[in-house]
Design a protein around this ligand. Structure first.
Ligand code: NDP
Ligand code: OXD
Length: 313
């Protein structure tokens, strides 16, 4: 009973301490030595290095450290075992906080008031009501549905776009290519909570941005992307901002992360940048759920929150 923990891009120290605490009967390794390959029955991964998962004859399932699995599915040597992704109240709550924070900041003209404060300018601006603003959410999965729920409670009108037809209470739903055009024509603030797949890569491009509303109660359309950087064409976003067809953007994810120092997004006055921090994976919240799933699976119960490899999410 051995867990292989293979993650790049962050310090695994705290994760390993917690994992050893919550799975005391399992061995935990971070490096393959060869001699313990046969004992590895589960892997927990984030952007695993090449060949990290190759040649593990007893591997029963792979757990992603995040909700998105594009990092995992890119691996050409990915074993053909079930992949479990993160679905957890803690992560969902964090993402909803982010989305509500950014939507409210755009609604309440945070950027303009910060500028005014810098100039010691006392000037009250006209203020649309939440009920006059439609927030359109691309992706009504675990995260999109919860964000919609909380934004609905604040009074926003809601639209949603999905791959297959969906019915979600209080949300006007659209799907497919034709549905996207109608969704964009309706949405004043567009929130991207899609997975990065072959179908969604680069979806926020010039054509997409040109279909966003030109007139909104906020003065122009707003984009919030907390899905993946690969969903957006950054040059097209910058062009739309500079042309005035996009009023403001809050971007948490980028094509290259960390966002390169020379990216014009850093200094753009109408872009709000966060460092892929919308919903961090908290080991105290997530590892007990993963280990509980391993224990249940070993007792013969089915795994939950499985990834559909052909769909890519
Ligand atoms: P889910 O798999 O639960 O939901 C995905 C949603 O996207 C579904 O509604 C799905 O449609 C829709 N979708 C997928 N492909 C398409 C498509 N081609 N066209 C239209 N809609 C599509 O994912 P989560 O809600 O759990 O997470 C969403 C993403 O958020 C993750 O994949 C990850 O990339 C990102 N994320 C970012 C974080 C951050 O900190 N910035 C943290 C956590 C996640 P359907 O309902 O029809 O299946
Ligand atoms: C995730 C992420 O996918 O952190 O969970 O981006």
């Amino acid at each position: 009973m051995t867990i292989l923990f293979s993650a790049t891009g962050f310090d695994p120290g705290r994760w390993l301490d917690i994992l050893r605490r919550v799975a005391p009967e399992r061995s935990v390794i971070t490096e393959r030595s060869g001699s313990d390959d046969a004992a590895v029955d589960y892997a927990i991964v984030w952007k695993q290095p090449p060949r990290a998962l190759l040649g593990l004859p007893g591997l029963k399932a792979i757990f992603s450290l995040g909700a998105g699995v594009d990092h995992l599915l890119r691996d050409p040597d990915l074993p053909d075992v079930p992949i479990v992704r993160v679905v957890a109240e803690d992560l969902t709550q964090r993402m909803t906080e982010f989305v509500v924070w950014r939507v409210l900041d755009h609604l309440r003209q945070g950027r303009v008031y910060r500028e005014q404060q810098g100039k010691r300018l006392w000037h009250e601006r006209s203020q649309p009501a939440a009920g006059a603003v439609t927030v359109g959410i691309l992706g009504l999965g675990e995260l999109g549905r919860d964000a919609a729920d909380k934004l609905g409670a604040l009074g926003f009108r809601l639209a949603g776009w999905t791959r297959s037809p969906r019915t979600v209470g209080g949300v006007e739903t659209f799907h497919g290519a034709e549905g996207l055009t109608r969704f964009l024509a309706l949405s004043d603030i567009v929130v991207v909570l899609l997975p990065l797949t072959a179908e969604t890569a680069g979806i926020v491009d010039a054509a997409f941005l040109s279909k966003m509303k030109s007139v909104t109660p906020l003065g122009g359309p707003v984009l919030i992307n907390a899905g993946r950087g690969g969903l957006q064409v950054e040059a097209d976003i910058l062009a739309a901002l500079d042309a005035g067809t996009l009023m403001e953007a809050s971007l948490d994810v980028f094509a290259t992360e960390p966002l390169p120092q020379d990216s014009p997004l850093w200094a753009h006055p109408r872009v709000f940048v966060t460092p892929h921090a919308a919903a961090v994976s908290d080991p105290e919240a997530l590892l007990p759920l993963m280990v509980a799933q391993m224990d249940a699976h070993d007792r013969g119960e089915p795994l939950r929150n499985l990834v559909d490899r052909s769909a890519g999410y």
